[in-house]
Ligand binder design. Structure first.
Ligand SMILES: [Fe+2]
Ligand SMILES: [Fe+2]
Length: 295
């Protein structure tokens, strides 16, 4: 029931929602409740009770079950209830274990790997993408003589670089046709979310930067920050190449991946202009090594 409820979270009472366009009672009750609850949570915290009241009224009967929306409006007038909810919230937060709780290095790798699986499972087009990018980033770093600590950072950055995609609708991510400008904008924001999430987690902050810069280019033509030149440091340059190489060589439901040599040729076109020359050399060496090992 929970899975079903989560699946139907974006359905609207009037049938204009996503993914199935369910209407009215056909939407699971739990989804209808959570849909209202999450809206209240966001608007109450950010804009206060009046704004929450008007959004409930505006969406009643369109997005929201009208009966439930009326119940929610009544709740908004119950200031005692709202206060006790806030207090309960604070008690829960106060009971949280302190930030000092640590997990060991092995644990961090496991956490990063688990998140990578979640990220890659979100879309049928990204099977193993993050795991592979991590492997390539690690391999490129090793080829470039980086120390063990840096290799760990590169691997974890690879695992979590697309974490921000979790915040973007599959309706856009999985679209096969051309993207409308606002959809492109949404997709291109994913590194911003990756940055905002990783930098807040103490154990992940030290690789938040290379992870978030994976769509930037040396000449400043990348996105979303258009960071280039010396501001795009070696770890970031490695992630950029690892990400493109994976995307080119991996097979997707709608096409087979290109051969390693062909991917190298494609990347070579941007040598020194958009992509780092030393990293491309490392990639070529890595590909040869891998092929020798698998022969
Ligand atoms: Fe990405
Ligand atoms: Fe990626």
């Amino acid at each position: 029931a929970t899975v079903e409820a989560i699946h139907s979270l974006d359905e609207h009472w009037n049938g204009g929602g996503y993914p199935a366009g369910l209407r009215g009672d056909a939407i699971p009750l739990l989804s209808r409740i959570i849909n209202i609850a999450q809206t209240m949570e966001v608007f109450l915290a950010r804009d206060g009770a009046d704004a929450t009241r008007s959004i409930l009224e505006e969406r009643r009967g369109r997005w929201f079950d009208p009966v439930l929306a009326s119940v929610a409006l009544d709740l908004l007038d119950d200031t005692d209830l709202l206060r006790s909810l806030r207090e309960a919230d604070e008690r829960v937060l106060g009971a949280e274990p302190g930030r000092a709780r640590r997990i060991d290095e092995r644990g961090l790798d496991d956490v990063a790997a688990a998140f990578a699986e979640i990220i890659d499972a979100k879309s049928p087009f990204t099977w193993k993408h993050s795991t592979n990018v991590a492997m390539y980033a690690h391999g490129l770093g090793a080829q470039l003589g980086q120390d063990a600590a840096m290799l760990t950072r590169l691997r974890r950055a690879g695992l979590l670089h697309d974490l921000g995609k979790v915040g973007i609708s599959n309706r856009i991510l999985d679209k096969t046709g051309p993207l409308a400008p606002h959809e492109r904008q949404a997709v291109e924001a994913h590194p911003v979310y990756t940055w905002e999430i990783l930098r807040r987690v103490a154990a992940f902050a030290d690789f938040a930067r290379p992870a978030s810069l994976h769509h930037e280019k040396l000449d400043g033509s990348g996105y979303p920050w258009r960071v280039g030149g010396d501001d795009l440091d070696l770890p970031a340059r490695i992630l950029v190449v690892a990400d493109i190489y994976e995307a080119l060589t991996a097979s997707r439901p709608y096409r087979a991946g290109v051969a390693p040599e062909e991917a190298l040729r494609i990347l070579e076109r941007d040598r020194g202009t958009r992509l780092d020359a030393a990293v491309l050399d490392a990639l070529a060496a890595m590909v040869v090594n891998v092929e020798e090992r698998t022969l």
